[in-house]
Unconditional design. Structure first.
Length: 234
């Protein structure tokens, strides 16, 4: 079974929007985009042109910072946008579900509800705020398309056991996507698990510019995953 079979059936043959590419060295008047043909700027930046969906310079910088290939990155409008896109891609409205581990980031549940996806909550263990692996195994069903784990935890602050994350990837290979939210990983003494995205096809890592990089006002986040998942999200 392929990752393709996990996404919504109605999106499997969906062709992404592809704006026409023009020679950026020329000063085109792009009538098809209905852009204002003369420059409107703010703080020295021209704002009358639509920007590229995935700006090459930004993707290259992210590739170097996150130590992954450029085709393994998707820049989003904050990590919230990444969560929303993942749920809309993989969860059929009124049928599929996500799994979360409270106390955790509330937006997983918010975007699931907006997509009319069920939320299966497995509380973290009371003593060390770790994943309750036996209970996860008991509560998981084939409707669970996405498993959201946050490490370091929000609001718990602790790291999840790496072995538990890889166990989830192994156990639910071709059954569920394991989404590891690493919004606070820069503050931890453990490196990102993004180096595992090609070992585990169903692993997705979320990063954000808002925390350690201090760019909350820019509203930028990133999805790190294998090329196939990135292309599907696009």
């Amino acid at each position: 079974m392929s990752i393709i079979n996990l996404i919504r059936e109605d999106l499997r043959d969906f062709l992404p929007y592809s704006p026409k590419t023009l020679d950026e060295t020329r000063d085109w008047i792009r009538l098809g985009s209905n852009e204002l043909p003369w420059e409107v700027s703010f703080a020295g930046t021209a704002l009358n042109r639509y920007c590229k969906q995935q700006p090459p310079a930004l993707i290259k910088a992210c590739s170097e910072y996150y130590a992954v290939k450029e085709e393994e990155i998707l820049v989003t409008r904050g990590s919230d946008d990444a969560i929303d896109c993942l749920i809309r891609l993989f969860c059929k409205s009124g049928f599929d579900a996500i799994m979360t581990f409270p106390p955790t980031f509330v937006m997983y549940k918010v975007y699931a509800k907006l997509q009319a996806a069920d939320v299966i909550e497995i509380p973290l263990t009371k003593n060390k705020f770790q994943l309750d692996m036996p209970l996860i195994k008991t509560r998981w069903t084939e409707k669970v398309k996405l498993i959201f784990a946050c490490s370091p935890g929000n609001p718990t602050g602790n790291l999840l056991n790496e072995s538990d994350i890889t166990d989830l990837c192994d156990r639910y290979n071709n059954k569920s996507i394991v989404v590891l939210d690493e919004a606070y990983i820069e503050f931890a003494d453990q490196k990102s698990l993004s180096y595992l995205i090609n070992k585990y096809d169903n692993l997705v890592v979320l990063r954000t510019f808002s925390k350690a990089l201090g760019l909350a006002g820019a509203r930028m986040g990133a999805v790190i995953a294998n090329k196939l998942i990135i292309n599907l999200l696009m």
